[in-house]
Design a protein around this ligand. Structure first.
Ligand code: SF4
Length: 920
């Protein structure tokens, strides 16, 4: 018998509601929750494929430990593993003090997990060395809000998207990073054709192409742009002097600061026309309500706080805050980055938005946690924490639900730091290789579908996350592991404090967190889990005497500062930390793909999510390719002062010449080549001086051709729960090659695909070992080797269907296409159809007939609709582009799921109708 359970998507900060159908043992399906205010029934491709994630393998199922990294892992029971962890942590604390250990968590944790991770560090151990990967995505948003509005609180709600007259999107490719927010924007713009949209982004992203005005500024020049807009608004007397006088301080200093930054001056700094800057400022002035939406483009910067604050200053100067449709709206990256901020699980925060630098706040937290004092020594933030580990100032680290060896900048140095550490604990659900490979103890945690608790999305809305399945193996909920550790560590280090770690369930932990919010800006004293059960997700503040949730903040223009006035920041424009120079002449920026999430430890298990992008690529302007003699699809090395990353280069007119773009998702678990640490081999650990957030969005690099001479393509049909381990084995076999990557591929059956390049042909013995991994080594294998060309082919049939194959041979670096037969054979394998009489020609170097077409390219990931079917249907449908699109959507359902492919479908419909495609 199946049941339906309402829960929340675990990927991004949009916080979409999900209805999961389960039979108690498996998640059968998921769909969007029409009753959830964030998504109203929609899900993007990541959310709608969650059921597949729960069925994939690659989980940590039991504790394991080793006394040194030279030893093999030993399986352990929970008691043995925890006793060992506590003994080592306690010994290091006793010998070197509490700041010799550190804790590093994740925005993926639930609020209850987060609360206890924080308490473990600050109460059981007595250190402020607690930080999380949220530092990498939103700490500049925190400091931006605090320095202007006085509190870390997003003043807006998603309904403001519909209420705004102008949407001002800066540093956010909303369409790819927050797809359901983009769907709401599209709905709003359809309903209100007069609504304007400005996008500020160095790239012509999907979001930028949907805008009425795109400002492709040079990376890092946002503050100059915002100051120039303010300059124009002041000059044209379009600021709200009455609002400024009544509700703010510091405007005169900012007015003096922006005097020199005219639109003409900013045009030179930002690399966009003066007229475009003036248009943006004029539209801002003309709009009754302006909603700015911003994300990593502002945050992941060495001047992230200033960028956030300068944008918020535009709102304050024009009174564009505290009304429907008028607010600065920071889109959070992770599903519970907000929850982590609420419970203060960051070195620079304490529970309930308190400040560890404030003696008064520390005393209040100590009273609420019933301990004598909170630690006063400032804690280490993410990048600093791993640097301290490298230098030996921190000797042990406990890493929860994150993969810093992939996600932190300068990943090679982070791995060195982990190697040098005396003791590393990794608590995780997924057996990803990068960080776990450095651990002494691995603790198995539950994950989405198995956990119970709450998360808070970008609009301050608290939603329940509910367990649907039993915990696999010996996995335990993160809060339970942390409570256990807290009891044991407190007993060793601070006897008497262990009682503070006794909780019956996640709800009891939440109630303790709730107590820290009472009387604070995020007061949830009036909320309960019963209320969330009865009335669904709610926005904070929700004070006991307030009578309900609070959709918008600062409606009374009283800000969270001592005098109730908002502050204008006074800081000028600063260039990114690392300028391009003759040795590293390319400005590299990074970003997200619509179908992947962070390091792909979850989304990378879903074959359909690779349908639109199945290779690590670096986008560059076509002129830059021509200048370097590179061809589209050629393997290249991206090199910075810190390390190397190998990828395929692709020509993109969406970038300026001299710039490059790299999706952030590729790590060593999926791609080998360069330093084997993934994209962050090249990124820079430069920090914003206030938020301590690293500049992941910008680095100076050079791009060189990889002189490859040999390539290999391989596929194998595998059970879904074998894809993970097979990927690891295949990639380990490719260690030392110039470039290799492996991804699951959508077809009739799960298929793993690998492509590799080498500088020279490997030894025959290497190839034989690789063939054995694919089961292409015995009598079932069909083989052909062409001694003349050096091309070799192997394949195996099962039940008359292609089950595995590899094609290998010489390749020219200037013509790095896969072997001619590859697309055809891949199509046969993915379709899973009997090959019949064709088996005689499968080893031919090319398809024997023009009718044998390659695998179709999936366009609509939600409904698995391929390009051929769409093109044929559009050609057959009559009418103009709009009519053709409607006909095809109704017939094939493509573009009716998450909607991410609609822009592409619209372009195709225009072409089919002979209307041409608008070039941005
Ligand atoms: Fe999940 Fe997509 Fe919604 Fe983000 S937009 S919460 S990834 S369904």
């Amino acid at each position: 018998m199946s049941t339906e359970v309402r829960t929340t998507c675990p990927y991004c900060g949009v916080g979409c509601g999900v209805i999961a159908t389960t039979d108690g043992a498996r998640v059968l399906s998921v769909r969007g929750d029409p009753g959830h205010p964030a998504n109203r029934g929609r899900l993007c491709t990541k959310g709608s494929t969650l059921a597949q994630v729960t069925r994939a393998g690659g989980r940590v199922l039991a504790p394991r430990l080793r006394r040194s990294r030279d030893e093999a892992w030993q399986p352990a029971g929970w008691d043995e593993a925890m006793a060992h962890v506590v003994e080592r942590f306690a010994a290091i604390v006793r010998e070197h003090g509490p700041d010799a250990v550190a804790f590093y968590g994740s925005g993926q944790l639930l609020t209850e997990d987060y609360h206890l991770l924080n308490k473990l560090a600050r109460v059981a151990v007595g250190t402020n060395n607690i930080d999380t990967n949220s530092r990498l995505c939103m700490s500049s948003a925190v400091t931006g809000y605090k320095r202007t509005l006085g509190a870390d609180a997003v003043p807006a709600c998603y309904d403001d998207i519909e209420a705004a007259d102008l949407l001002f999107i800066a540093g956010s490719n909303t369409a790819d990073a927050h797809p359901i927010v983009m769907r709401r924007i599209e709905d709003a713009r359809r309903a209100r054709p007069d609504q304007r949209m400005v996008v500020v982004d160095p790239r012509a992203t999907v979001t930028a192409r949907a805008a009425d005005l795109h400002l492709p500024i040079l990376p890092g020049t946002d503050v100059a742009l915002f100051h120039a807009m303010l300059h124009w608004l002041i000059w044209e007397r379009r600021v709200d002097e009455a609002y400024i006088a009544a509700h703010t301080t510091g405007f005169d200093a900012l007015r003096a600061r922006v005097r020199e930054m005219s639109p003409r001056a900013a045009a030179r700094v930002c690399g966009v026309p003066e007229a475009a800057i003036v248009t943006a400022a004029r539209w801002w002035a003309q709009a009754g309500a302006v909603l700015s939406l911003y994300c990593q483009g502002l945050n992941q910067s060495s001047s992230g706080t200033d960028k956030n604050a300068a944008l918020i200053a535009l709102h304050l100067a024009t009174g564009q805050i505290g009304r429907p449709g008028a607010a600065p709206f920071s889109l959070t990256g992770q599903p519970n980055a907000m929850g982590g901020r609420e419970v203060g699980a960051l070195a620079t925060l304490l529970p309930g938005h308190r400040d560890p630098a404030s003696a008064e706040d520390r005393a209040e937290v100590a009273r609420l946690w019933q301990v004598d004092a909170m630690p006063a020594t400032p804690g280490l933030t993410a990048v600093e924490l791993f640097e301290a580990l490298h230098e030996g100032r921190v000797r042990a680290v406990w890493i929860v639900c994150t993969n810093p060896a992939q996600s932190l900048p300068d990943a090679t140095r982070v791995r060195e730091a982990l190697r040098r550490a005396e003791f590393v604990v990794v608590q995780d659900a997924y057996d990803h290789g990068e960080t776990i490979g450095h651990a002494h103890v691995v603790l198995p945690a539950t994950t989405w579908g198995e956990k119970d608790g709450t998360v808070t999305n970008s609009e301050r809305r608290i939603s329940r996350v509910r367990a649907l399945l039993p915990a696999p193996g010996l996995a335990r909920a993160d809060w339970e592991i942390l409570a256990d550790a807290g009891r044991r560590l407190a007993a060793r280090l601070h006897p008497g404090r262990e009682s503070g770690f006794r909780f019956d369930d996640a709800q009891a932990v939440w109630r303790e967190h709730q107590r820290f919010t009472i009387g604070r800006d995020l007061d949830i004293g009036g909320l309960s889990w019963a209320m969330l059960e009865a009335h669904g997700p709610q926005q904070w503040p929700f004070a006991a005497d307030a009578g309900g949730a609070t959709p918008r903040l600062y409606t009374d223009a009283v800000f969270a500062t001592a005098d109730g006035r908002a502050r204008f920041p006074e800081a000028g424009w600063r260039a990114p930390a690392e300028a391009a120079d003759p040795r590293f002449p390319i400005a590299l920026t990074t970003g997200r793909l619509p179908d992947q999430w962070h390091g792909m430890s979850r989304s990378g298990r879903v074959p359909a999510l690779f349908a639109r992008a199945d290779a690590p690529w670096l986008a560059m302007h076509p002129d830059d390719l021509a200048r370097r003699g590179l061809v589209d699809g050629a393997p290249v090395r991206v090199r910075s002062r810190r390390g190397d990353f190998a990828a395929l280069v692709t020509a993109s007119p969406d970038l300026r010449s001299g710039h490059a773009f790299l999706p952030m998702h590729w790590g060593g678990a999926f791609v080998r080549g360069g330093d084997d640490t993934g994209v962050n081999a090249v990124s820079i650990p430069a920090l914003d001086p206030i938020s301590r957030q690293p500049e992941l969005k910008h680095a100076a690099v050079r791009v060189e051709a990889l002189p490859v001479r040999w390539q290999l393509v391989a596929w194998a049909r595998l059970p879904l729960d074998r894809l993970e381990s097979a990927r690891r084995e295949w990639l380990e076999a490719c260690d030392g090659l110039a470039l290799a990557w492996a991804v699951p591929t959508a077809g009739a059956h799960p298929v793993l695909k690998l492509r590799a390049f080498a500088l020279q042909a490997p030894q025959a013995a290497w190839l034989a070992r690789f063939d054995a991994l694919l089961g292409l080594h015995d009598a079932r294998t069909m083989a052909y080797d062409d001694r003349g060309t050096g091309q070799g082919r192997r394949l195996r049939l099962e039940d008359g269907r292609l089950a595995a194959m590899r094609l290998a041979g010489p390749v020219a670096p200037t013509a790095p296409q896969p072997p001619v037969a590859a697309p055809w054979l891949e199509g046969l394998l993915l379709e899973g159809a009997p090959v019949g009489a064709m088996s005689r020609v499968l080893l031919a170097p090319a398809p024997p007939s023009g009718d044998l077409r390659p695998a179709d390219r999936i366009v609509c990931v939600c409904h698995g609709v391929g390009e051929r079917a769409i093109d044929a249907a559009l050609a057959a449908a009559g009418g103009d582009a709009r009519q053709r699109l409607a006909t095809v959507q109704s017939a094939l359902r493509c573009g009716t799921g998450c909607g991410a492919c609609v822009a592409q479908l619209r372009d195709k419909a225009r072409l089919a109708a002979g209307e041409g495609v608008a070039v941005p």
